[in-house]
Design a protein around this ligand. Structure first.
Ligand code: GLU
Length: 305
């Protein structure tokens, strides 16, 4: 997993379906942030769950059609289970984890620890004895949680400044054995030399946990840029059911890849409405300080069919 550039930005979609215009806009921004600072650009498929066959290739085709390029090869998390397993084994051996048998309901109903951040794991399984663990293992498989030694951590975000957020004993491996997003994102970003993470601002509150974990694993946390989301007219996060939101939907309505890029550029204040642009044009015009800080409200026409 080495990249020709020592440091990189990246885009890391979940191949659960076609990218919609909000995801595409985030990808365009991630590419612009990386290339405008001389970084490499890595593409990673977060396909440990919810992957739909063929969705990865359609996502890559759509990104190529917009004019994005990345350093090969595309990384698939499903190829890296051994790497995650090795990291987990090391953490278990070092005593920085514990087995957790709680159901969602038990967590919600448990009294929270004094001074713990709201919604934080209440600590139920943190100090079980070996005998108690053996008993619980007979009932259900364990998840593995981080034994956090901090309750807050501060990250630097190019758009949001210094952001402090909660850290708790978050899940590293789910009880079905799947390594959790918060673990794999940290392991993979470090392995690929990613020092700049650009993604939707719905993940801003996850960044302190991830950066804390990076530090524990001996990595320097990346710089972040959490970019505004694309919303529907009701102010909710844009979704496929909102109408024509994917490249395929828009193509069906006569908007080609160039048209989609132009719409994205216009929404970012980087082109006039309907002006044809390329990624190279956008690279010349890109200025992070002038990016809109508010979400883009996208009002799609109904999807055909
Ligand atoms: N796979 C995540 C998503 O599609 C993005 C994760 C990240 O960029 O850290 O929302």
């Amino acid at each position: 997993m080495s990249s020709p550039n020592a440091v990189s930005g990246r885009f890391a979609p979940s191949p659960s379906g076609d990218l919609h215009i909000g995801n595409l806009r985030t990808a365009v921004l991630a590419w612009l942030f990386a290339r405008s600072t001389g970084r490499g650009f890595a593409m990673r498929m977060e396909d440990l769950d919810r992957a739909k066959p063929g969705a990865d290739l359609r996502q890559l085709d759509d990104l190529r059609a917009l004019g994005l390029s990345w350093d090969e090869p595309v990384i698939y998390q499903s190829d890296r289970r051994d790497v995650y397993r090795a990291v987990i084994d090391e953490m278990v051996d070092a005593g920085t984890t514990f087995e957790c048998f709680c159901t969602r309901r038990e967590i919600l109903e448990a009294p929270s620890a004094p001074h713990a951040p709201q919604g934080a794991y209440p600590g139920t399984c943190r100090d079980l004895t070996e005998a108690q663990r053996a008993e619980r293992r007979a009932e259900r498989p364990a998840a593995i949680r981080l034994r956090a030694r901090a309750s807050s951590f501060t990250v630097h975000d190019v758009l949001h400044g210094d952001v402090s957020g909660d850290v708790d004993d978050f899940v590293l491996v789910r009880n079905d054995g799947t390594p959790a997003y918060n673990l794999v994102v940290v392991v993979d970003d470090a392995a690929s030399g990613i020092d700049q993470v650009v993604r939707g601002d719905d993940l801003l509150t996850s960044a302190p946990r991830q950066a804390y974990l990076a530090t524990l694993l001996g990595h320097r946390p990346p710089e972040y840029a959490h970019v505004p989301m694309v919303l529907n007219r009701d102010g909710a996060r844009l979704a496929k059911r909102d109408g024509a939101v994917t490249m395929a939907d828009l193509a069906g309505q006569g908007v080609d890849a160039g048209g989609v890029l132009s719409m994205i550029a216009t929404s970012l204040g980087m082109a006039d409405a309907g002006e044809p642009v390329t990624m190279t044009d956008l690279l010349e015009r890109f200025d992070p300080a002038r990016l809109p800080t508010k979400p883009w409200v996208f009002e799609p026409r109904p999807a055909d069919g």
